[in-house]
Write a protein that binds this ligand. Structure first.
Ligand code: SIN
Length: 442
């Protein structure tokens, strides 16, 4: 059952709201803001080590995750947090991260969306083990541009009412609320904040069993950092480009349109030396809709797995996503019912495959397209409509490499020095035609 309790706090506020489309390279300081109204942040608590009850104050590895209610934890970071943000609590659940089902993820999305109707941002707490999957699920499904921040802890919270030595939970909770309230990640989708680092949901992964700096984004690094009330975001997920166009920014994965039991069933199969094909066959016979292969290198699987894969496609209509067990880098290509997961690690590819096959169960081409667009968004400044700024071609003018000019309603780019010569098409690019001519200017 969901327990919702509103808390209000007393002091004047500070929080910066950014102009999102110029977000890269900006840094914010909550302390510098001079708004009179405090932002509202709702915490949706699901449990994990952050809510862990340890057997002693010095017990970092022996504890019961998901034991302490969020209300109690919030009390601990008072009154400091209330100087900046008004905070609500929704106790969604209180257990380890690994036990949550996709049906509960479906409900979590709806709860987060509901909270964002009122709140300026949401913090979701969870165990760190599958936090990256919570984060990517929310990133792909929440239909709001407001900040959603995932956090948790690597050390349990307390033991018999006393804080565990060096517990990271209080700082992570405090920082996440500040981050969500600051609006610094508006239009970023879901981000993960732990150990003072901000990571994109798509990129982040847990990389160590016990270290407090366990979260890494192997392909791209963190988005930014929190130092006290200073928040810096040095880069942004590519999705931020479509912030001004709500329809383009939203994914099609609107949870209000499907029931929890409509979700496609997908699994992951790991590859290793001489791997057998039985796991693929068993999943296919069990009726799964999709399988992600965690292949070697750029997605390779064993001969036995390949045989089982062909059979699963032909006889059971299973859709595959091919990813890598290396933890970083791209898998390209794909064919028919085998979709390249690009730079999504297997557990992220599985989330997208689940959603893709739920919303386009009979259209593998569409699912593959979503892997390329939603799963692998790219910054692309070449689409910016700034063509008007270029001059039209002038005979006798000298153009140097890189200059762009209009000629006969076609925009050309000079490849070499050009002078007094009408552009001729010789390039292969779609948009920019290439002018090739000898260097004639002196
Ligand atoms: C869990 O994921 O629930 C346990 C581990 C953690 O929270 O760090």
């Amino acid at each position: 059952m969901i327990l919702k309790q509103r808390r209000s706090f007393y002091f004047a506020i500070s929080a910066l709201v950014f102009a999102i489309l110029s977000i890269v390279g900006i840094s914010a300081s909550i302390a510098q803001a001079d708004s009179n109204e405090k932002p509202k942040v709702t915490i949706v608590a699901t449990g994990g080590t952050i809510a862990g009850e340890a057997s002693s104050r010095a017990s970092f590895t022996s504890y019961r995750a998901g034991s302490i209610p969020m209300d109690e934890m919030l009390e601990y970071i008072q009154p400091e947090i209330s100087e900046h943000v008004d905070v609500d609590v929704i106790q969604f659940g209180n257990s380890g991260s690994g036990g949550y089902t996709l049906e509960e993820f479906h409900e979590l999305t709806l709860v987060v969306e509901d909270a964002l109707e009122e709140a300026d941002g949401v913090v979701v707490t969870s165990g760190t083990d599958t936090m990256e999957e919570f984060a990517y699920w929310l990133d792909l499904t929440v239909q709001s541009q407001k900040p959603v921040v995932m956090t948790g802890a690597m050390r349990p919270w307390s033991s018999e009412g006393e804080m565990v030595f060096g517990a990271d939970g209080p700082a992570n909770l405090y920082n996440s609320i500040l981050l969500a309230g600051s609006q610094s990640t508006f239009c970023f989708g879901t981000v993960l904040m732990l150990n003072d680092e901000i990571h994109a949901a798509k990129d982040v992964t847990k990389a160590d069993t016990y270290r407090m700096d366990t979260f890494e984004s192997p392909n791209n690094g963190p988005l930014g950092f929190i130092d006290g009330t200073n928040i810096s975001t040095d880069r942004a997920p590519a999705r931020v480009q479509s912030c001004g166009d709500l329809d383009e920014w939203m994914t099609p994965f609107d949870m209000t349109e499907v029931e929890a039991d409509d979700l496609a069933r997908t699994e992951i199969v790991y590859t290793y030396q001489n791997a057998g094909g039985e796991a693929i066959t068993a999943f296919a016979e069990a009726g799964v809709d999709g399988i992600v292969t965690a292949g070697t290198g750029a997605g390779g699987i064993s001969s036995a797995q390949r045989e089982a894969q062909n059979d699963a496609i032909e006889n059971h209509d299973v859709v595959f996503a091919t990813s890598s067990r290396t933890g970083a880098g791209n898998v390209y290509g794909g064919r028919d019912q085998i979709i390249a997961a690009n730079d999504l690690i297997p557990q992220k590819a599985r989330i997208l495959l689940t959603l893709g096959l739920t919303y386009a169960p009979d259209n593998t081409e569409q699912v593959a397209e979503w892997f390329h667009t939603i799963g692998n968004p790219q910054f692309n400044a070449s689409n910016v409509d700034n063509d008007d700024e270029y001059p039209t071609w002038q005979n006798n003018a000298i153009y140097v490499a890189g200059d762009r000019v209009w000629y006969d309603d076609v925009l050309y780019e000079a490849k070499w020095w050009t002078v007094n010569e009408i552009p001729s098409e010789s390039g292969e690019w779609d948009v920019w035609k290439v002018v090739e001519s000898e260097v004639t200017a002196s």
